[in-house]
Design a protein around this ligand. Structure first.
Ligand code: 4AD
Ligand code: MG
Length: 461
């Protein structure tokens, strides 16, 4: 069977020839002597129109088939006068592979995304999710291509880990201990020596610390894999399981880091615009009317860069009332981030040099002793999509920070040794994969950009 995508993209090659396709009925319209079936075979966002008439042996039967029935079709590809559907297939033979049922829920009307989430096993067949998940696939490829073309090494970081990179205590604990009979030490603590891992183990919140190890051997590396956060938050931007891209670059400071991030974001946008034109057109028409214009503008402009201190000043000057009051030292909340990027700049904004108290232990301390070389990238519509920093490469300063943050220095012996054996200026960041897909598609809920979202109390399918 030939892919419908091929029949559209290379139509000249197939017009007036016999072709065979296999797919599912999306809709059909029947008259007495002829009819049209919109067939989707998954290879392409658009359907192929199949024309059937009485010459077809099983014309009557085929005309009555329910939506989602799978068909094997032989026919002639013919050119039409319709620019949107420049070709169609005049069917000469149709075999019914799997007949559907009239109870099929995706009938030809619009469903709410909330309803579609309850049928995650069928929603990839809808236009919205078909477009979203293909863009997700193409964006993933774009990211690998971006880094591989620049000679970055793809480093696989572990999913099971003993360390909490972000120090935020948002880890899913994993254990082989019998929860009904947890072994205890003499001091009454959990006896991990009897556990499979011999010590406390968790699902990773970030591959960064492993990426740093690799960067100090390969110079430029990136990770791309699932990460986990046990935050009990029901927002449209947080998932318990999400994918993160974490480049780490040696002999590079925060300026280099921001440059890399900006190049990467623009590359991904351009790649998806070029390779998913039908899907992007669909999002622009049905999800977010200004999407294409906005994305085109972004790839052709420079991202703004401001310090955290400046961001606080601007927020205070704006006179805007926020749910969480703004003062120097506060963590920026989504409402603040969105105000900065949407109302003040209406463009992507890097915010740098945050107070050390609200950032992780590994970020490089600034001369002022109060702020660290952090960067977050904020974008309209989503808020934070990237978090990163220049790393603390000085052994003594890092040791002080580990202690100051109340972390156990023994747990970080290997991380400290990287600063002992040929330390180097290095930087990196994490891009939330779902967040960039939201940004690319205009889809406003993270549950709708990942096929099987994991959020609190949601692990069906
Ligand atoms: O800002 P975060 O927590 O940074 C790190 O984990 C660093 N170790 C990254 C690094 O420097 N290598 O997370 C990075 C990004 C965020 O900007 C956001 O896009 C995404 O990961 N993210 C989430 N995405 C979905 N659901 C969640 N619960 C997320 N938490 C973070
Ligand atoms: Mg962050």
């Amino acid at each position: 069977f030939i892919e419908i995508k091929q029949l559209y993209r290379n139509k000249e090659q197939y017009i007036d020839k016999t072709v065979r396709v296999a797919g599912w009925i999306r809709t059909s319209r029947m008259s007495k002597n002829f009819g049209f079936i919109e067939l989707n075979d998954g290879s392409f966002f658009k359907n192929m129109q199949i024309v059937i008439d009485e010459k077809l042996e099983n014309f009557k039967e085929v005309g009555k088939l329910p939506i989602s029935t799978s068909l094997l079709i032989e026919g002639t590809l013919v050119a039409t006068q319709n620019a949107k559907q420049p070709v169609e297939i005049q069917a000469t033979k149709i075999v019914v592979e799997g007949e559907s049922d009239n109870s099929y829920p995706l009938q030809k009307k619009r469903h709410t995304v909330e309803y579609l989430r309850t049928i995650a096993h069928l929603r990839p067949r809808s236009n919205l999710f078909s477009a979203a998940f293909r863009v997700r696939s193409v964006a993933a490829y774009a990211i690998h291509k971006f880094f591989q073309d620049r000679n970055f090494v793809y480093a696989h970081s572990p999913i099971i880990t003993g360390s909490d990179c972000e120090g935020a205590g948002e880890m899913f604990r994993i254990t082989t201990l019998d929860l009904n009979n947890i072994p205890k030490t003499e001091e009454g603590k959990i006896d991990y020596s009897q556990d499979f891992f011999g010590k406390e183990a968790n699902l990773t919140v970030s591959g960064q610390l492993n990426a740093e190890i690799m960067a100090l051997a390969f110079r430029n590396v990136y990770t791309f894999g699932p990460t986990f956060r046990a935050e009990n938050s029901y927002t449209g931007r947080h998932a318990s399981e999400f994918w993160m891209i974490e480049p780490e670059i040696a002999f590079a400071d925060l300026e280099d880091n921001m440059e890399l991030a900006e190049d990467m974001i623009k590359y991904i946008i351009n790649y998806v615009l070029e390779n998913c034109p039908e899907e992007m057109e669909f999002f622009n028409s049905f999800v977010d009317k200004g999407l294409l214009e906005r994305l085109h503008k972004i790839v052709n402009s420079e991202f703004t860069r401001i310090t955290y201190t400046k961001a606080i000043e601007l927020l205070l000057e704006s006179g805007q009332k926020f749910e969480y009051p703004v003062e120097w030292g506060c963590d920026l909340q989504t409402e603040h981030e969105r105000y900065i990027t949407e109302q003040i700049f209406n463009a992507p904004v890097f915010v740098t040099d945050y107070p050390k108290e609200i950032k992780a232990f590994y970020m490089r301390m600034n001369e002022d002793g109060k702020t660290v070389r952090a960067m977050d990238l904020l974008v309209p519509g989503v808020g934070e999509i990237i978090g990163g920093s220049q790393r603390e490469e000085r052994y003594d300063v890092l040791m002080d920070r580990i202690k100051e943050c109340g972390l156990n220095e023994e747990d970080y012996w290997w991380y400290l040794e990287l600063r002992k054996y040929g330390t180097a200026t290095h930087s990196g960041f994490g891009l939330g994969f779902e967040r960039i897909i939201m940004y690319l598609t205009g889809i406003s809920n993270i549950r709708d950009v990942i096929p099987f979202p994991r959020t609190p109390k949601n692990a069906e399918f």
